[in-house]
Ligand binder design. Structure first.
Ligand code: ATP
Ligand code: MG
Length: 206
């Protein structure tokens, strides 16, 4: 479904970053990626979701064309566009022309799952870091994409937020959705099928 063969990448020639990465992600698989700061975890996610164009990457990279992707990036502020939480969450569904009924159902389901009912009328600029992460997660869950790419999506939530997001990720597993997640904290990656680490530019199963 998503295959990387011998993928190498560097932003600057003199600083090789990822070196001969091999990775196959099967439909419905949940994978976790760990590794020290600066080792290239976010870069690898950007290669997989196409933020870094294929032409800039060495090696073979393929993904099924019919798949829909949704990404949560590490930098929260670039991902929130609207002044109001509700507008922020429904924007993606409006864009994909969901019916009013579909939107209402999805919004109710996701709001309950992440326990964010009390935030819907808030201004996004006033949200805490953890609240922003819950809102960004809610926006993406509403879209029912096939593959979710989550870059440290729980870095600012408290224990309750962590439990809610982990529960949402487990629900995605039941629905057969694929998840590729990066985190520094192993306890947030407990439910993955395969755990990898980037060491010296290489990806290894741990
Ligand atoms: N657009 C860019 N141009 C040049 N260098 C970059 C760019 N983006 C990232 N880098 C560099 O590439 C290296 C890997 O960055 P990346 O963000 O992939 O690391 P990471 O493993 O996700 O780290 P962290 O755990 O801190 O999030 C870092 O040294 C970073 O400074
Ligand atoms: Mg990163």
């Amino acid at each position: 479904m998503v295959t990387l063969k011998n993928i190498s990448f560097s932003y600057k020639k003199e600083h090789p970053l990822l070196n001969a990465i091999n990775l196959t992600i099967h439909p419905g698989e949940h994978i976790g990626i760990m590794g020290p700061s600066g080792c290239g975890k976010s870069t690898l996610l950007k290669i997989i979701n196409g933020t870094i164009e294929k032409e800039r990457v060495k090696g073979e990279f393929s993904k099924s064309t019919e798949l829909t992707f949704g990404s949560i990036y590490q930098n929260l502020d670039n991902q929130i566009i609207f002044p109001n939480v509700l507008d922020e969450i429904v924007f993606g569904m409006e864009n994909l022309c969901y019916s009013k009924q579909q939107m209402d159902e999805k919004l109710a389901e996701v709001t309950q799952m992440l326990d964010i009912g009390h935030l819907l009328e808030e201004e996004t600029v006033h949200l805490s870091g953890g609240e922003k992460q819950l809102v960004i997660m809610a926006s993406i869950l509403c879209l029912d994409v096939d593959v979710l790419i989550l870059d440290e999506c729980m870095s600012q939530v408290d224990e309750k937020g962590k439990k809610l997001i982990l529960h949402a990720i487990k629900a995605l597993k039941k629905k057969g959705k694929t998840v590729i997640m990066v985190d520094h904290d192993r306890t947030r990656l407990e439910s993955v099928d395969t755990l990898y680490q980037i060491i010296d530019g290489n990806l290894k199963v741990i």
